[in-house]
Design a protein around this ligand. Structure first.
Ligand code: TYD
Length: 139
């Protein structure tokens, strides 16, 4: 789906174990202003349910697994994150829902912007309307 991408990070491994390093503007397409992580979400809960007008993010499941439903207003796609070296890039104006969290899931998010509730779209109809009218330049 346009404006989303699964990125496979290079694993530097040896007999001691594995390591992934992520450098801004090299391994991912933006400068990192914020990192947050989510854990302890039970299987029946749905998280996310919003889109961003400005923010770009990379989601990485560093433990366990979860699924992400991506929706650009026209098509939907589900991506399962379960590999520690895999990141899901989500650009602007993509509705996302995270679900099916495994018990041990830790979801790390690298974000291109500081937290700003004003650039969230939390109403699905408003999201569709914004896509339809093309008010946001990124569409
Ligand atoms: P929320 O947006 O509901 O999380 P999710 O997208 O995973 O469903 O955020 C949960 C709470 O945390 C909410 O009160 C906003 C707050 N929050 C911050 O203060 N800073 C942040 O960077 C994020 C992502 C959330």
């Amino acid at each position: 789906m346009k404006n989303t991408q699964v990125i496979n990070f290079h694993i530097k491994g040896d007999e001691r174990g594995s390591l992934v390093a992520i450098e801004q503007l090299k391994d991912i397409p933006f400068e990192i202003k914020r990192v947050y992580y989510i854990w302890g979400t039970e299987k029946e809960f749905l998280r996310g349910k919003h889109a961003h007008t400005e923010l770009e993010q990379i989601l990485i499941c560093v433990s366990g697994s979860c699924k992400i439903r991506l929706d650009n207003g026209k098509e939907k796609q589900i991506v399962e994150l379960k590999d520690k070296n895999q990141g899901l890039f989500i650009g602007q104006m993509i509705w996302r829902e995270m679900f099916d969290f495994s018990d041990n899931c830790v979801l790390v998010v690298l974000a291109s912007e500081y937290y700003d509730e004003k650039e969230y779209i939390r109403d699905y109809n408003e999201f569709l309307e914004t896509i339809r009218t093309g008010i946001n330049d990124s569409i």
